[in-house]
Design a protein around this ligand. Structure first.
Ligand SMILES: Nc1ncnc2c1ncn2[C@@H]1O[C@H](COP(=O)(O)OP(=O)(O)OP(=O)(O)O)[C@@H](O)[C@H]1O
Ligand SMILES: [Mg+2]
Length: 407
């Protein structure tokens, strides 16, 4: 059995692996980097579109890649008892993207997710789904909205008394779907998640990864436009995590489904998210494309969270050596951060010779996110102050971020 086969048991997903990797790459470049400013015009457009379709089709029509599916505007949540879980959060989640939310335990991630499907109401601010403020929806519209929002959880939440097929059927039965249509849909969903041969088993008879596949199939039963995932892979081993991520990425690509992922596993963000938001104590610390945030995390909280995957913290031994070099008058400690082919175009030897400075590499890594290489190097640079300034300027001109590390 080759590695791909071991990691991705569903043959359908395996077959499409090269295709979705290619699509992920094009999506990264297609996604807007800046959140569009919400305008009355957007709301007006939504109203016009809604007026032109039957009430039953509310929230049905995809607005198209690049438009905001969810917008939080200055959204806050204070729980009774005075816990401030979220403070004035502003963010947009675009149709068709995989959006990650990271933060320490208690940072407000689950609360934010629960605002998106109105399981929680914001104490202040707005939560907008497909151009509509969720607080203005009546019960009928709220039910329609919830059909368009699927959710999966860390502990799967399957009914132990129902088979795999029975669990998947549940939301369709609740929605009053005709029996034949349910049977057809179950077959499609089982095929999609690679569980066709497990349809009559009970949750106690299948593995954790298979349970999450059932959870995903169940969440997709009502053809949602977005899948909210709260720590969906946290209870799984690394290999099973990879196979679930491959499935989610496949679904994102194949169905154009928007996915919002909360996770404490940075590998998950690195593997499939396009953009990421960092929550810290209920505040939005920063947000951006995964490559930007992983390459140049601006906030200390982000650096801490990402340290397991990007090694941004300078190891204590290296720090000691760097301190000794600075103390001996050897100059400065630089951190160089780069992405794409920034580093390929830079020759440190050429810079050393041209400016008559010495550059010693102390620590670093080069890695790849979704086909884009990125990395960070820590170096000790010594020479005349003016030569060091000129060398630093020349490095920066190669599209490399250079900051001086204060030890
Ligand atoms: N229903 C509630 N009533 C009161 N406080 C709550 C409620 N739900 C969450 N909180 C509090 O709000 C804050 C944010 O909680 P939340 O569950 O959103 O964090 P989280 O980032 O998902 O954490 P974790 O990673 O541990 O799941 C915490 O201080 C939590 O105790
Ligand atoms: Mg949580």
């Amino acid at each position: 059995m080759d590695l791909t086969q071991a990691l991705i048991p569903a043959p359908g997903v395996r077959r499409r692996l090269p295709e979705y990797i290619a699509r992920l790459r094009t999506m990264r470049t297609r996604l807007p980097r800046e959140a569009p400013v919400p305008s009355a015009h957007n709301l007006e457009q939504t109203q016009q579109r809604d007026a032109a379709r039957p009430e039953a089709a509310l929230f049905d029509a995809p607005a198209g890649a690049g438009t905001a599916l969810f917008s939080l505007r200055n959204a806050s949540k204070t729980f009774p008892g005075g816990v401030h879980a979220l403070h004035g959060v502003d963010l947009d989640i675009y149709e068709g993207e995989i959006f990650g939310i990271i933060g320490r335990s208690g940072a407000g991630k689950s609360t934010l997710l629960r605002l998106l499907n109105r399981l929680e109401r914001p104490s202040a601010g707005q939560v907008i789904f497909d151009g509509r403020d969720l607080m203005t929806l009546d019960n009928a519209a709220l039910r329609q909205m919830r059909r368009r929002i699927g959710m999966i959880f860390q502990h799967f939440n399957l009914l132990s008394s129902r088979t795999v097929a029975g669990n998947i059927a549940l939301p369709l039965e609740l929605a009053g779907t005709p029996k034949e249509k349910i049977a057809r849909r179950i077959n499609e969903l089982l095929e999609l998640v690679g569980l066709t041969d497990q349809r009559d088993r009970y949750p106690s008879q299948i593995s954790g990864g298979q349970k999450q596949r059932v959870g995903i199939a169940r969440a997709l039963a009502t053809e949602p436009r977005v899948l909210l995932c709260d720590e969906a892979t946290s209870a799984l081993d690394p290999e099973t995590t990879q196979s679930i991520l491959a499935l989610l990425a496949d679904i994102n690509t194949r169905l154009g489904l928007t996915i919002v992922l909360i996770t404490h596993q940075m590998q998950v963000i690195k593997a499939i998210a396009h953009r990421v938001a960092v929550l810290d104590g209920g505040y939005l610390a920063e947000q951006g494309t995964v490559t930007d945030i992983f390459t140049v995390p601006k906030q200390a909280i982000t650096r801490t969270l990402l340290s397991e995957v990007i090694g941004n913290e300078i190891p204590p031994g290296v720090r000691e050596r760097a301190s000794a070099l600075v103390a001996s008058g050897a100059g400065r400690i630089w951190r160089l951060a780069f992405k794409d082919d920034g580093f390929d175009r830079l020759s440190l030897t050429e810079i050393s010779n041209r400016f008559n400075v010495e550059i010693k590499l102390l620590h670093g890594y080069i890695d790849e996110i979704q086909g884009v290489s990125f990395g960070s190097l820590v170096a000790a640079a010594s020479g005349e102050a003016s030569a060091l300034e000129a060398a630093a300027a020349s490095i920066k001109a190669h599209d490399i971020i250079l900051e001086e590390v204060v030890l």
